[in-house]
Ligand binder design. Structure first.
Ligand code: SAH
Length: 258
């Protein structure tokens, strides 16, 4: 992590993919100020007394890389937290569960036979790791938020928080055959994937380039199967915003005690 003095003065970025996920956080933002840059709206302000920038990654890896780069270059953020939704891929990863990422790979990156499948050429790397300390706080915040949400709102009793590898790619995975194939292909290359989404690996790669610590949580909105296109929008509208807000509030609270 960068020195403490640097961390205290620089804002923490809270990235979401979809407006519905950002909505609950916007309601909490103190002294909001909008800056438009790179055809994106960045919301500066304070959450729980800490300077923050709220931003939308937009959808897909390229868009997420642009937003992440702008956050670092233009807004000087030194920590990034991502809240979003994902398709559950691992066995036992159910709709309503939360996955906190340990690391990311790009499931649609294939420069074989020149490089091993999934490896990012010229990086010599396949998996990009999240910051362990930030991820531990996000995990703790997710467990507390889920326990609270399950007490006050019914629907996802038995939901749990997983920690592990997430795969990103420029594709909404919505078929049982496709998601089984994806999972089995990655598993045969030694990558046991819990969830699939469209932005995290890009954020991870940019953060590695700049040495910026980051952490990611994804609520499971669908099983990336034949009903994913129905489950996803219903979940996003009903739950994503509430979960993102509940988790980020607790996360910032834990961070302020460090
Ligand atoms: N704006 C459109 C499209 C969203 S794309 C809409 O609102 O309908 C799906 C988003 O949710 C992406 O941000 C992606 O990261 C995540 N996601 C959820 N389920 C997914 C799945 N099964 N496959 C890929 N991405 C998924």
């Amino acid at each position: 992590m960068p020195p403490t003095s640097d961390l205290a003065s620089s804002p923490i970025a809270i990235l979401s993919a979809l407006p519905q996920e950002q909505h609950g956080l916007m309601e909490l933002l103190q002294r909001p100020r909008k800056v438009t840059h790179a055809r994106r709206d960045f919301w500066l302000g304070e959450l729980h007394g800490q300077p923050v920038v709220l931003a939308l990654s937009k959808i897909g890896k390229v868009a997420a890389a642009t937003t992440t780069t702008a956050l670092i270059e233009r807004f000087g953020v030194r920590r990034i937290v991502f809240t979003g939704v994902a398709g559950g891929l691992g066995h036992g990863v159910k709709v309503g569960d939360v996955v906190v990422a340990t690391d990311f790979l790009q499931h649609d990156l294939d420069v074989s036979p020149l490089f091993p499948r999934y490896e990012v050429p010229l990086y010599g790397k396949t998996r990009f790791h999240c910051d362990a300390a930030l991820s531990a706080l996000l995990f703790e915040a997710s467990c507390a938020a889920l326990a609270h949400e399950n007490r006050v709102a019914h629907g996802f009793e038995g939901a749990c928080v997983h920690q592990g590898l997430i795969a990103s790619g420029d594709r909404f995975v919505s078929g049982a055959d496709e998601s089984n194939l994806l999972r089995d292909l990655m598993a045969s290359a030694g990558h046991e994937v819990l969830a699939v989404e469209m932005e995290g690996a890009a954020v991870a790669q940019v953060c590695m380039d700049y040495g910026v610590p980051f952490a990611v949580m994804r609520t499971v909105s669908d099983r990336a199967d034949d009903s994913a296109h129905v489950d996803f929008p219903a979940f996003v509208d009903a739950v994503a915003s509430r979960y993102a807000r509940a988790i980020i509030e607790r996360f910032l609270n834990l961070l302020s005690k460090k």
